[in-house]
Ligand binder design. Sequence first.
Ligand code: SF4
Length: 472
Amino acid sequence: MSIHEECGVFGVFSSAQTNVSDLVYYGLYALQHRGQEACGIVVNDDGLFYSHKDIGLVGEVFGGSKLRDFPKGNMAVGHVRYGTTGGSSRKNCQPIEVNHQKGKMAIAHNGNLSNAYELRNKLELTGAIFHTTSDTETIAYIITKERLNAPSIEEAVSRSMNILCGAYSLVVMSPAKMIACRDPYGFRPLCYGKISDGTYVIASESCALSAVGAEFIRDLLPGEILVFSKSGIESRKEHCSTKTKKTCIFEYIYFARPDSKIDGVSVHKARKKAGHILAECHPVDADVVIGVPDSGLDAALGFSEKSGIPYGIGLIKNKYIGRTFISPGQETRVDQVKIKLSAVEETVSGKRVVLVDDSIVRGTTSGRIVKLLRDAGAKEIHMRISAPPFLHPCYYGTDIDSEEHLIACKYTIPEITEMIGADSLGYLPKEKLGDLIESTDYCSACFDGEYPTPVMTNIPKNKFEQKISEAK
Ligand code: SF4
């Protein structure tokens, strides 16, 4: 699997001064699977902002004394990033901070705007100057612009939501307030919980609430704005129910952690359900079911439950592989899949194996895993995929980017089976996606091309960087 996660956001609001940076640090650790390129924290100590952001994992960026350098505060916001719009350069690290006479602001964003390109073009023609190539800066600019005439920051956020289109789960921190908001489609998850009276946390996934000992309160509704301030918590719902909910179904299949719940549905349960469906739709005689770690494991368990074929540990993942494995040089031509994964011979040797993974993108990784199992003595390999074939790019915050790179756009299922060297191949039927979450309100555009919003199909991921180089 070579799809990268998108981003993770985390915020803390406390009525008393406390070690808010520590809480964000632990929260970001729990969200690390959503982005491993860069991270950052901004602490608000009585209206003064202190920040540190850099390229690297949470433990690398905030190791040493970095965390101790933060003062106590009553609010903080944090972000882990995988750059889906704008490269991975240091300037694109989040949270993005804005200094303006109407007040400071720090903003952390998960998702991608589908109208970022048009919005930024329009703003630039009115004299706006951007410092990053990330669409989050466009959101920050629009909120700041709306703030000129709005009576409050939350009103500015609400007015901005009339302009922004696409996927955005945001945590916005002003000197006196913390605002969480989820776009009206609810593409990306966002939830909040309580640590103690007066101390609340907001997170992309519920696993991060558990990590800091917070009691889960609820998911934000699509379109909801939650305002945390000294006067309490206010929920604004003027953008709720303006659109049909379109939560990303791939959050359940791959992005989110299995111990998270999104909109009341356990990710682990949804993945097991995918395994049940695969066993029903693509049955096979086999001796053992194994999963590709990590996100194929739950579906493999489900396949085993439904089929009665024993579940086994057939692949081990090297836990110490960092965000990008860098090969030492051209001469040492070692298959990177072998560094990341190894086969358990005792499980697969001489066996007919059902191999469950969450997706096939280009097919190269799947082919290498199949070979790894053959080398370990597997007699037959029946690949089952807990998602339908990818046929379209995603414009809402993932790097499922162009059709030319998607194997299912170019080849038939029998051809892919042959290319990856498997004995059979079965995908989750796309009409069964709703069964995973017992709802019809989800986005599945990368599988069926039915985009919930208008999208600019001719604009690539690194659109703003291209724009800069075109102008040179
Ligand atoms: Fe999720 Fe696919 Fe929709 Fe993107 S296009 S939001 S990955 S379901």
